[in-house]
Ligand binder design. Structure first.
Ligand SMILES: [Zn+2]
Ligand SMILES: [Zn+2]
Length: 477
C-alpha cells in the first residue's frame, strides 16, 4: 500500500457536497484512507453520507483489509458492528482480513476476527491459510492466538507448494514459531489418538496418581510405621500424634476431591445464558473509550468462549473455558485454580504440608527409638533399609510431598497477602492493568496485606467489581 498524504479530508464534517465514493488512481476511496488511520469519526461521516463500505481498490482491498493491514482493531470492529462490513471478504489474491492481520502480526485484530468467527481454514490463491502467513513472518503471538482459538486442522493444511505452516516457519529459520507449531502438532496428534482410543485424557492429568500416592502413604503409615510387627508397640503420645496425622490425611483427601471437582469460576458463555447472543452484536455498544470497563485491552475477547471476559480472568486451554480470577491450571488436581476453588486449594496444600510433616516426625521417632542396637558389621542406614523397607519408602514419598506442598503453600500465601495470582505474576508484562501510567509494575487489587488476607479467609476471593468488566448481557443492552 502506498504511503498516504495527510489532509485529504481536513474537516470531516465539512464535506461541501463532495463525492464520498470518489476514488484515486488505484481506486481507493476516502474510507480506505480513514481505515489506514483508524479514524472512526471520519468513517461515520463518510458512511452516513452514502459511502460504500465494501468499495474495493485495484487489489481488491476493501476497508476491512486496510484496517487489518494497519492493525486498526477498533475501526474494523466499528465498521463490522455498525455497518455490517464483510469481515471475511477475499481480496484479489483470495486473502481475507484475517490473512492480513496474521501476516502483519496484529494479535488483537486476529482476536477480534476470530471472535467474529472469521474463517481460519480459508486458503488464498497460493493455498495459504492465515496460519501459513503468520508462520512465514515468524509472528509468535499471532501463531499462538490462531492455534489456540482454531480448530487445529489448520496445522496440517498444505499450501500449493506442499508446505505446512510448521515447514514454512522452519524453512525461514523462525525457530520459536517452528518449535511452537511442532509442539502444537504433536499435542494435536496425541489428542486424536486419545479420541480414537475412546479416552478423554487429551491434557495431562496427574490427579489419579496423586490420589494413589496419598492412599499408598496412608497404607504404609498404618502398616509399616504405626503397627509394624518388628517395631515396639506405640506409646500413648506417639499413638495420638499418629492418629492426628491420619485424620489430617483424610481431611486432605476430602479437600483434594473438593478442589478437583468444584467449578473454579468458569465464566458463563452465551450458550449458558440461553443463547440469545445471536440477536444482538455483543460488541455493538461497547464503549471503547471508557477505561474503567474496557482497559484498552482487546485480549479480553475470548475467541473460543465468545465472551468479553472480566479483567484477571484467562482462557484455560486444558479446561477449554475462561476462568475468573485465573490462578493456574493444576494437573495434580486435574482442574483450574480460580476464584471459586482457590480457598479449597489453599486449605488442601496447607493440610498436606502439616500432614506430611507430622507423619515424617512420627516415622523418624519410631525408627529412632525402635532400633536399639545395630550390629557392628552393618551401617545404620543399611540396617533400616533391610529391616524396615516400608518405612524407607514411606519417608522418601512423604518428604517429596512435604517439599512440594511447603513450596506451594509459601508461594500461595505470599500471593494471597499481595492479592495477585500466579498467572499475573508470571505474565505481568502482558497485562496493561498491572502497569502504572509511567510503565512501572502496580497491582490495583492490592488492598493491603490485612484486608487481602481477611477477604480471602472469609470469602475465598477479593471483590474486584469496581474495576471488573460487567457481565456480557449488561454490555449488550
Ligand atoms: Zn475462553
Ligand atoms: Zn484449567
Amino acid at each position: 500500500m502506498t504511503p498516504y498524504s495527510t489532509g485529504y479530508y481536513r474537516n470531516p464534517n465539512d464535506m461541501h457536497g463532495g463525492d464520498v465514493n470518489a476514488s484515486d488512481n488505484i481506486q481507493q476511496t476516502a474510507l480506505h484512507w480513514a481505515a489506514v488511520r483508524g479514524s472512526i469519526v471520519v468513517a461515520d461521516v463518510l458512511l452516513h453520507n452514502g459511502a460504500q463500505v465494501e468499495a474495493a481498490d485495484v487489489n481488491g482491498y476493501r476497508a476491512v483489509h486496510v484496517a487489518a493491514q494497519y492493525g486498526q482493531t477498533a475501526f474494523l470492529n466499528h465498521i463490522v458492528a455498525r455497518y455490517h462490513a464483510d469481515y471475511d471478504a477475499p481480496d484479489n489474491g483470495g486473502r481475507s482480513p484475517l490473512h492480513w492481520a496474521a501476516y502483519k502480526g496484529y494479535a488483537d485484530t486476529i482476536r477480534l476476527l476470530l471472535f467474529r468467527d472469521a474463517s481460519q481454514g480459508r486458503q488464498d490463491k497460493e493455498g495459504c491459510t492465515p496460519l501459513h502467513w503468520a508462520a512465514l513472518r515468524g509472528n509468535v503471538e499471532a501463531c499462538t492466538v490462531l492455534v489456540h482459538a482454531g480448530k487445529k486442522q489448520e496445522l496440517m493444511v498444505k499450501d500449493k507448494a506442499g508446505f505446512t505452516p510448521f515447514q514454512l516457519a522452519s524453512d525461514k529459520g523462525h525457530r520459536p514459531v517452528a518449535l511452537f507449531l511442532s509442539n502444537a502438532q504433536r499435542a494435536q496428534s496425541n489428542r486424536w489418538g486419545d479420541k480414537f482410543c475412546g479416552g478423554k485424557m487429551g491434557d495431562i492429568s496427574y490427579a489419579p496418581i496423586l490420589l494413589s500416592v496419598i492412599l499408598l502413604l496412608i497404607f504404609l503409615f498404618i502398616n509399616s510405621v504405626l503397627a509394624a510387627p518388628n517395631l515396639p508397640k506405640v506409646t500413648a503420645a506417639v499413638g495420638l500424634w499418629g492418629w492426628t496425622a491420619l485424620s489430617l490425611a483424610f481431611v486432605s483427601l476430602i479437600m483434594l476431591y473438593k478442589c478437583s471437582s468444584k467449578d473454579p469460576g468458569y465464566i458463563k458463555t452465551s450458550g449458558d445464558l440461553g443463547g440469545d447472543g445471536d440477536t444482538e452484536d455483543p460488541l455493538l455498544n461497547v464503549d471503547l473509550n471508557n477505561s474503567t470497563v474496557w482497559m484498552g485491552n482487546w485480549s479480553q475477547l475470548c475467541p473460543t468462549c465468545k465472551i468479553i471476559r472480566p479483567v484477571r480472568s484467562k482462557h484455560c486451554h486444558a479446561c477449554n473455558r475462561c476462568v475468573e480470577q485465573f490462578d493456574h491450571h493444576c494437573p495434580w488436581i486435574s482442574n483450574c485454580v480460580g476464584k471459586r476453588n482457590k480457598k479449597d486449594f489453599f486449605i488442601f496444600i496447607t493440610v498436606a504440608t502439616l500432614t506430611s510433616f507430622l507423619a515424617a516426625v512420627v516415622a523418624v521417632q519410631r525408627i529412632w527409638t525402635g532400633i536399639p542396637e545395630v550390629p557392628i558389621q552393618e551401617t545404620w542406614i543399611h540396617h533400616v533399609a533391610v529391616r524396615h523397607p516400608g518405612v524407607v519408602v514411606f519417608l522418601v514419598l512423604d518428604i517429596v510431598i512435604f517439599v512440594a506442598a511447603t513450596t506451594l503453600t509459601i508461594s500461595q500465601a505470599s500471593q494471597i497477602a499481595r492479592n495477585i495470582t500466579t498467572n499475573e505474576l508470571a505474565n505481568a508484562i502482558r497485562y496493561n492493568y498491572l502497569r502504572s501510567p509511567n510503565g512501572r509494575f502496580r497491582n490495583p487489587y492490592n488492598h493491603g496485606c490485612r484486608k487481602n488476607c481477611t477477604d480471602f479467609l472469609i470469602h475465598g476471593y477479593t471483590n474486584d467489581d469496581e474495576i471488573a468488566w460487567p457481565p456480557r448481557q449488561l454490555v449488550a443492552r
